[in-house]
Design a protein around this ligand. Sequence first.
Ligand code: ZN
Length: 282
Amino acid sequence: MQFHKSTADFFVPDGLAPAAAIARTTHLCLSAHQDDIEIMAYHGVAECFGRQDKWFTGVVVTNGAGSPRSGIYGDYTDQQMQQVRVLEQRKAAYVGEYACQIQLAFTSGEVKNPKETAVVSDLEKILLAANPEYVYLHNPADKHDTHVGVTMRTIAALRNVRDRVKPKKVYGCEVWRDLDWMLDDDKQILGVSARPNIAAALVGVFDSQVSGGKRYDLATAGRRVAHATYYASHGTDQETALNFAMDLTPLAQDPSLDVTEYVLALVDRFRGDVQRRVNSVL
Ligand SMILES: [Zn+2]
């Protein structure tokens, strides 16, 4: 497949031809950075792991430039660091048995620019080739602007191809902000208890990020365990690990829906719930 950036990377862990590799996709994650997929969409990876009828494809939209570095990576140039991150993402795709791993190599600035048509065009191409049943995006209440940028560009792409690509569900997932604040009725509950060894390995291969002192491996597992424990105050937990997601399916299907209003309606429901509970015991 041809993408806008000459540095774009298309990797198929099992060596199938690219067109056939992406066509088998059932679960598709479109993320901003290397390692986001493994933090936000393990649900999709686990659903497809070891199966011949379900396949996970991961997309990283940016080039990983400007990431913090220390230790053995301390004196790496930005160029060398980008190469390290592309390789780490390939390692994750291999461990997770992805159908394919696509890295589009756009800059953060390009992703955040609503007038940049190249990003949306590449995303449309991927959506048409993969025709996924389930899509995993960053949620629009994430506090990393590049994450929100990727989500907005992807929603635009989904809307442009909505006559041909109709995913059953579009999830807005957790990275830089949990979704624990959402009302339980609004939450999409993603069970991620399966194969904790694979879940750990997937985040663990990103050595350049973890060895810099940010324990994403522990934090990602910890968030999932905390969600499973605190989700319901009564009863025993059927899942030992959960992720929460926002349902973004209506936004993909209906171009007239305003994304900001859609998200703020969820925030308002949270506000109303807090107000009601405090008032009830005043
Ligand atoms: Zn990220």
